[in-house]
Design a protein around this ligand. Structure first.
Ligand SMILES: [Zn+2]
Length: 392
């Protein structure tokens, strides 16, 4: 009964219209004010008390608590109101079964589906037992975004101002994305105490370039080792790769310092500290053999996350999708996102469920209306499954 009356209040055309209107509001990272304002207005139009948390001038997060009757688990839906630069992306439009434009898939469509899901519950007279939070954050998209919005939300969760038992981020593939590898950028600097002198004075064994070669060979050996280990069932195997090898300015001057920069991705179970120790050990071995100074720094590190397949929020989403006639796969991705932060830094089990993950960041970003309707249905039913309903 609840299911039928909730689903009857979801209209794909209204969702599509709101998504298009949201896309027409530019909200590029660093200048998301209008996007957050749109989301707050949409929530208010649907009868909810939305708050703009302007912790940065002109760049507010959006917070909306729908108080439960008590006795149920609390669920927080989350998305980012910023987009990557509009650039040369296709202008906002409706193209048959699709809504087109920057932010369609990543992730204004998901945010609109989230609002419509809560609205359908209200219109159907469903009172949840636990609290439902609808939230939008700023500063997601790198490099301009420094995760300002997610970090603000994490601080509020840590202070106890917001107490979710689980978080669902309303973007990503149309599947329960429940694990991601960790990731960090490493920078190894190899330096000779001799300075950039004529190479005629320096044996090749004391040349930083020779030892950069040793490190690159060591990475190749590690890569073979990673490939031989059983991969993580959801997000694959550990991997190391290099993007910059830089040093030297003249054919017979010693290339010092010399740097190797790349990305390391690792599986749940390993931590950034373990990686840091591993790299410190590697640098120590090179320094010991070469007599050179070898240092490594890590930046932009994100710990991996994994939410268990039998976690109630995974089951709530899986059952909701099944009610809408789909079998939701549980997947992992080698890329990092805000779930890595919410899981590790707020300590709240987090998963993603979105309309699609195909056109984000492309010049032809689009989202299918049928997928938005499916997501709105799943969010509404998952909220009932997870938080419990006390009346209808
Ligand atoms: Zn996104």
């Amino acid at each position: 009964m609840i299911v039928q009356s909730v689903l009857a209040h979801l209209d794909p055309e209204r969702i599509a219209r709101d998504t298009l209107a949201f896309i027409e509001v530019r909200s590029e990272t660093g200048d998301e004010g209008a996007g957050s304002q749109f989301l707050a207005n949409l929530l208010r139009r649907e009868g909810f008390a939305a708050e703009l948390d302007e912790f940065l001038p002109g760049r507010p997060n959006v917070l909306c608590r729908i108080a439960g009757a008590g006795g149920g688990r609390s669920l927080l839906f989350n998305g980012h109101t910023d987009t990557i630069p509009t650039g040369s992306s296709t202008p906002p439009s409706r193209d048959g079964a699709w809504v087109v434009g920057r932010g369609a898939e990543d992730m204004k469509g998901g945010l609109v589906a989230m609002v419509h899901a809560a609205s359908a519950l209200r219109r159907a007279g469903v009172r949840l037992a636990g609290d439902l939070w609808l939230t939008g954050v700023v500063g997601h998209e790198a490099p301009k975004g420094k995760k300002e919005g997610p970090r603000r939300l994490i601080a509020q969760i840590r202070e106890g101002a917001i107490r979710p038992d689980a978080i669902v981020i309303v973007e990503g593939p149309c599947a329960i994305w429940a694990a991601s590898l960790g990731s960090a950028i490493f920078n190894i600097a190899i330096e000779s105490g001799r300075g950039p002198v004529h190479t005629v004075h320096v044996p090749y064994e004391a040349n930083p370039a020779r030892w950069a070669g040793w490190i690159l060979e060591e990475f190749a050996r590690l890569e073979r080792e990673f490939a031989e280990r059983p991969p993580h069932p959801l997000c694959g195997r550990e991997r190391v790769n290099v993007g910059i090898v830089a040093g030297g300015d003249y054919m017979n001057r010693l290339p010092t310092p010399l740097q190797i920069t790349g990305t390391w991705r690792w599986q749940p179970g390993k931590t950034q500290q373990m990686l840091s120790d591993q790299l410190t050990d590697l640098c120590g071995r090179v320094a010991g053999r070469s007599g050179l100074t070898v240092r490594c720094t890590l930046e932009g590190g994100r710990e991996p996350f994994e939410t268990a397949r039998d976690h109630p929020v995974v089951r709530a989403l899986g059952d909701a999708a099944a009610t809408d006639g789909r079998e939701a796969e549980v997947v992992g991705m080698p890329i990092v996102g805000d779930a890595n932060l919410y899981s590790n830094e707020a300590g709240v089990a987090t998963v993603y469920y979105g309309p699609a993950y195909k056109t984000a960041h492309s010049d032809d970003e689009r989202v299918e209306v049928a997928q938005l309707l499916h997501c709105a249905r799943v969010y509404a039913l998952a909220a009932v499954n997870y938080c419990g309903a006390v009346s209808s």
